[in-house]
Design a protein around this ligand. Sequence first.
Ligand code: SAM
Length: 276
Amino acid sequence: MASGTIATGIDPTVPSTARMYDFWLGGKDHFAVDRAAALEVSEAAPAVKVMALENRKFLRRSVRYLAAEAGIAQFLDIGTGLPTQGNVHQAAQQVNPSARVVYVDNDPMVLAHSRALKTSGNTAVIQADLRDPAAILDHPQVHALLDFSQPLAVLLVAVLHFIGDHDDPHAIVGSLRDATAPGSHLVVSHATGGVPGGESAGKVAEHYRKNVAAGSTLRDRDEILRFFTGLEVIEPGLVQVPYWRSDEPESPDAAKVWVLGGVGHLPGKPVKGPAA
Ligand SMILES: C[S@@+](CC[C@H](N)C(=O)[O-])C[C@H]1O[C@@H](n2cnc3c(N)ncnc32)[C@H](O)[C@@H]1O
């Protein structure tokens, strides 16, 4: 990133998960410390760049599916990451120009770069922490844009592995689910050690634990499936992200991707007709 004024709260001396992910995705919003940390991780686990790219493709496919096939017009994207190509509002508004999106991240850099995420009054960006779901659910900008009496999608894509067990991520996801109307959807992707090649996930998690403030917790398939409690997981279920409704030729690295992803649906119908 070019030197210049650094917005309040951004520490350019400690690697951040958002900025390291930006580096792997080929973005430019990172500092030397992030590049060094990201390169160290890729040396220990070369597949990590493919993970980032495949995870991002999963995010876009799931949003397109929700907007086009599930009729979802409102999205709460928690753990947004830095703006890159094909952000959630672009994927959703390509299908439904009036789709509304609230982006949430606890990294101040995401807010500082939020202009790239805001293209219309249908999009907002807030700084908040997933570990405090009430602060997200009660946020005035969330309520200004999203109608919780109608179906919406909560996106928790590549973020729950940054929530340690001591913060009870399943309870956090449960409170988000309980705040949504029937017909709502939940999208989760999560790093796991439980797939072939997953031993390199362990090396990455170890590196995050030592060097990155957020740390990282790998979970097995059952623990990840438990995030969908009360929801119906739609086809093809919880799978390695390249295999989730892929619309392109299979990558030779697909089987090595140690990130599982899925989409769940809260059964039932909302009380009143769909929001505009
Ligand atoms: C790997 S990136 C994923 C970005 C995007 N969801 C995607 O999948 O392309 C993880 C993001 O989660 C954010 N994050 C990590 N812990 C968080 C927390 N406790 N609350 C909110 N955001 C968090 C990081 O700042 C980062 O931007």
